[in-house]
Design a protein around this ligand. Structure first.
Ligand code: 5GP
Length: 357
C-alpha cells in the first residue's frame, strides 16, 4: 500500500479570486475558442461546452438545438445508421459515440460509411485504464487518420499521455464525479475533479492535445472553475437534463402545497412535471439497452426524477451568462485567457445556503 498525501481538490473546495477590471460589459466577452487537433489536424471553432453521451441529453434533437449557438453534442451510443438517416446537423458540433466491442466498431464503420461528413468519434468506457482500450484507440486512429478522436475516461497524467500517444486528440477526464454516478460508492475509486482537470490538462497540453472535463458540474460557476483549471471543453449531463430536447418521459405528480384553500380548509394541491434521468451504468440503462445487469457486475449509476425544465435554450443562456460574468470578474475578454488569469483560493464554504430548501 502507498499513500499520496497531497491534497486533491474538487469544485467545491475553491473559488476564483476577482481582479481589478476595465471590461465594462459582459457583452464584450467572447466564449468562442478555436482549436487545431493534434492528430486529425482539423481546426474547430465554437463554444466548447458539450452534452454527455447519455440518454436524456445526447439526442439528435439536442444536437439540432445546441448547434445553433455552436455548442457540441456527444450522441448516445445507441443510435444506428437508420436513426441517423435524415440527420443533417453541422458535423462540427456532433460526435458519434462508441464502446470498444467488435459490434460497436462495426457500427462506427457503417455510420461513417453512410455519413462521411461526421468526423468526431467519441470512444467512451467507464474505465479508460485497460490495455484493450488503448489498443482500440490505436486501431481507430489507424483506420481513421483524419477523424478527431475523443477517448476516455481517465483522471491521471500518465494515462492521458498514453492515450494521446496512441492516437487520441481529446482526452475525456473524470471518474466518479457525475450527478448520477455511484462508482465512488460502489468501488471506492475516483479522483477529485478539479485536480484531475489540472493534472490531465497539463499533460495533454504538453503534447499539443486537448481535454474534456467530464462530470461533476452543478452550476455555471463549476463550469467556469473547470475552464479556469485548464479544461478545453466541459461536458455536462445533469445540467442539460430535464429539457424537451432530451426526449425523456414527462411524469406528472400531484403535490400538496403549504397553502390552505379557504373554501375547503384543506391544503391546496398542484401538479408538477418531472423527467426521469439515469446513469448509463444504472439498472434503468442496463434494463433498457442490455436486457438487465449482468450477473457478475453491479449497477454504478442511479435513476433520479428532475423537475421538468422546458426548452434547453433558457439553460444555455443562463450558463453562457454566468461564464461571461466570470470573465468580467477576472478581467479577461475571451474564454481563452481565463485559465491563464485564474487564481483559485481554497475555501471551506462556497456560498450562503440559508434560504435553500
Ligand atoms: P454530470 O454532468 O451529470 O455530473 O456527469 C456526466 C458524466 O457522468 C457523463 O459524461 C459520464 O462520464 C458519467 N456517467 C454517466 N452515467 C454514469 C453511470 O451510470 N455511472 C458512472 N460512474 N458515471 C456515469
Amino acid at each position: 500500500m502507498r499513500m499520496e498525501s497531497d491534497i486533491k481538490l474538487d469544485f467545491k473546495d475553491v473559488l476564483i479570486r476577482p481582479k481589478r477590471s476595465n471590461l465594462s460589459s459582459r457583452k464584450e466577452v467572447s466564449l468562442k475558442r478555436t482549436y487545431t487537433f493534434k492528430h486529425s489536424h482539423k481546426e474547430w471553432t465554437g463554444i466548447p461546452i458539450m452534452t454527455a453521451n447519455m440518454d436524456g441529453v445526447g439526442t439528435l434533437e439536442m444536437a439540432n438545438e445546441l448547434q445553433k449557438r455552436q455548442l457540441f453534442t456527444c450522441l448516445v451510443k445507441t443510435y444506428d445508421v437508420a436513426d441517423l438517416k435524415d440527420f443533417n446537423v453541422n458535423p462540427d458540433y456532433v460526435a458519434i459515440s462508441t464502446g470498444i466491442s467488435k459490434k460497436d466498431y462495426n457500427k462506427v464503420r457503417e455510420i461513417i460509411k453512410n455519413h462521411p461528413e461526421l468526423y468526431f468519434i467519441c470512444i467512451d468506457v467507464a474505465n479508460g485504464y485497460s490495455e484493450k482500450f488503448g489498443d482500440f484507440v490505436e486501431n481507430v486512429r489507424n483506420d481513421f487518420p483524419h477523424h478527431t478522436i475523443i477517448a476516455g475516461n481517465v483522471v491521471t497524467a500518465d494515462m492521458t499521455q498514453e492515450l494521446i500517444l496512441r492516437g487520441a486528440d481529446i482526452i475525456k477526464v473524470g471518474i466518479g464525479p457525475g450527478s448520477v454516478c455511484t462508482t465512488r460508492i460502489q468501488t471506492g475509486v475516483g479522483y477529485p475533479q478539479l485536480s484531475a482537470i489540472m493534472e490531465c490538462a497539463d499533460a495533454a497540453h504538453g503534447l499539443g492535445a486537448h481535454i474534456i472535463a467530464d462530470g461533476g458540474c452543478t452550476s455555471p460557476g463549476d463550469i467556469a472553475k473547470a475552464f479556469g483549471a485548464g479544461a478545453d471543453f466541459v461536458m455536462l449531463g445533469g445540467m442539460f437534463a430535464g429539457h424537451d430536447e432530451g426526449g425523456g418521459n414527462i411524469i406528472e405528480k400531484v403535490i400538496q402545497t403549504k397553502e390552505v384553500d379557504p373554501k375547503t380548509n384543506k391544503l391546496k394541491t398542484e401538479t408538477k412535471k418531472y423527467v426521469e434521468f439515469y446513469g448509463m451504468s444504472s439498472d434503468t440503462a442496463m434494463d433498457k439497452h442490455h436486457g438487465g445487469v449482468a450477473e457478475y457486475r453491479s449497477s454504478e449509476g442511479r435513476t433520479v426524477r428532475l423537475p421538468y425544465r422546458g426548452k434547453v435554450d433558457g439553460t444555455v443562456k443562463n450558463i453562457l451568462g454566468g461564464l461571461r460574468s466570470t470573465c468580467t470578474y477576472v478581467w479577461v475578454p475571451t474564454l481563452k485567457q481565463l485559465s491563464k488569469c485564474t487564481t483559485f483560493i481554497r475555501v471551506t464554504k462556497q456560498y450562503n445556503d440559508v434560504f435553500e430548501e
